[in-house]
Design a protein around this ligand. Structure first.
Ligand code: AHR
Length: 511
């Protein structure tokens, strides 16, 4: 009996005590660095479900406090993220979007049906002016996705002239619609997922069409960065064929990549947002870590095509968690609860993007409000910030910082026959000279110590995001259940050690 008690006490202690410092970091503070493009922290606003209608746009006459139709609570929360760029209007929806439907007096705009996402009513109340004004108020750059699927090269060229011309009839029309100063289109894509919802085109057929559209897709003033719509994580050769097109190199500055994390890996049953088994935590982490290999494959393909411009970039313009839709919320399509699992997935991906800062010039998490791995969820007048929001807020100092090459060993996270590295990290130096470190403990159950001694710092302080269970999140009933808390490294055996609890994301400044 006494033995049994001792055994279970020992077991309980093993469970709660952190393992000895196992993560060792090797960092060369004098090594060449690469700037982490702020646009890696980009957002994606597609017309889906309650985005933008209800979640962002409520209209000037709404009882929900708003400024020119944009709800104030959501705007303020987005503003705090210092969003660098927003992609709009899709996604698959971009290939059904006709820009003329969304300009002019709102009460004369045609009401359409969003045929790609749930057949919801599309009032076109949120159109070009509403999007560009929102981006301007947020201080975000604009990334416009032109309609290749059901549009024409003429329609695309007209839209760009309408938005950016200084003179002529299109500029006069824009002025009459309330905006005299031209808008700025910073990034441009023509077509989306052209191997799928964007037209089911072979790479050769899309490359021909792209070259035709891009030849006429001009803006007045500075030209946008042009991004060719590329592969997903399962068809890298699509990008290879696109980049091999004889005329394409002169018409692009980057190529896109889409990577989604489905817990089960099955589109027909992706797995639930909450109440999932640990096996689906582990499989999600495993699929997320593949991002490093997927980018490596794209890097190899891009480097084969020597005619691409210097500074050619990979634009991961859709990424994130995709779980089974919350049927209680249907028809709003693609609405899902946000949890600490999403936060861990966000941290792992952002660390991988930092590791590849020389190549990855922008990423756009899918999506901003009420859709997939959203920053913010709304329900009528109520709003909650998701754990993913907190990760983006905590990681802000990495925008524009210099990524430091780090190598590290990690303890294992093992479940059944799956063994994964528990710890992920990335380091950078800010413009102010501060050393910052982002860390993720992807272990569902165990805490792990990280030895920071190699940075030569005396102190490490920052914030930690964690939760009591694998599927904890912020709900409308308990909107602040998961939020960042202060974190300080401890001196142990002449070492500086950070104790990372299970299921956690941390950002610290080394001093
Ligand atoms: O983000 C949701 C959808 O996922 C996008 O519309 C599409 O491009 C992708 O398949």
């Amino acid at each position: 009996m006494r033995l049994q008690l001792a055994a279970s006490l020992a077991c309980a202690l093993m469970w709660t005590l952190p393992a000895p410092a196992q993560t060792r970091i090797d960092v060369d503070l004098a090594a060449e660095t690469h700037t982490i493009a702020p646009e890696i922290y980009g957002q994606f606003l597609e017309h889906v479900g309650t985005q933008p209608y209800g979640g962002i746009w409520v209209g000037p006459d709404s009882d929900i406090p708003n400024t020119d139709g944009i709800r104030d609570d959501v705007f303020d929360a987005l503003k705090a993220l210092e969003i660098p760029v927003i992609r709009w209007p899709g996604g698959c929806y971009a290939d059904l979007y006709h820009w003329r439907d969304g300009v002019g007096p709102r009460d004369t705009r045609p009401v359409r049906v969003n045929m790609v996402w749930g057949g919801t009513e599309e009032t076109n109340a949120f159109g070009s002016h509403e999007f560009f004004n929102l981006a301007e108020r947020l201080g975000a750059k604009t990334y416009l996705n032109l309609n290749l699927g059901t549009g024409t090269a003429a329609e695309a060229a007209d839209w760009l002239e309408y938005l950016t011309a200084e003179a002529g009839d299109r500029a006069a029309e824009r002025s009459a619609n309330g905006r005299e100063t031209p808008y700025k289109v910073d990034f441009l894509s023509i077509g989306n997922e052209t191997w799928g919802c964007g037209g089911a085109l072979t790479a050769g057929a899309y490359a021909d069409l792209y070259a035709q559209y891009a030849s006429f897709a001009k803006t007045a003033g500075d030209q946008p960065v042009r991004i060719l719509s590329g592969a997903h994580d399962g068809n890298p050769e699509y990008t290879d064929t696109l980049l091999g097109h004889p005329y394409i190199a002169d018409l692009i500055e980057g190529v896109s990549l889409h990577v989604y994390m489905l817990p089960t890996g099955e589109w027909s049953k992706k797995g639930a947002a909450t109440g999932f088994p640990e096996a689906e935590w582990a499989s999600t982490i495993k699929r997320t870590l593949r991002m490093e290999d997927v980018i490596a494959d794209q890097r190899a393909i891009i480097s084969k095509h020597e005619d691409l411009v210097d500074g050619f970039g990979l634009y991961v313009d859709e990424w994130g968690m995709w779980v089974d839709q919350d049927e209680a919320k249907a028809p709003p399509a693609l609405y899902q609860e946000g949890t600490i699992r999403d936060a861990v997935v966000a941290g792992l991906n952002l660390n991988i993007f930092h590791h590849n800062a020389d190549l990855v010039k922008m990423t756009n998490i899918a999506q901003m409000v009420n859709v997939l791995q959203a920053m913010i969820l709304t329900d009528g007048p109520d709003m909650v910030l998701t754990p993913t929001y907190h990760v983006f807020e905590m990681y802000k100092p990495f925008m524009g910082a210099e990524a430091l090459p780090v190598s590290y060993t990690s303890p294992d996270y093992t479940l059944g026959d799956v063994t994964l590295p528990a710890i992920s990290l990335s380091a950078a130096r800010t413009a102010e000279g501060e050393l910052i470190l982002a860390l993720v403990n992807a272990d569902a159950k165990a805490s792990h110590d990280v030895d920071l001694t190699s940075f030569g710092a005396k102190k490490a302080e920052g914030r930690l995001l964690t939760a009591k269970t694998m599927d904890a999140g912020n709900t409308f009933a308990d909107p602040d259940a998961v939020h960042p808390v202060p974190l300080t490294a401890k001196a142990k055996d002449k070492k500086l050690v950070l104790d990372l609890p299970p299921r956690s994301v941390a950002v610290v400044v080394l001093k």
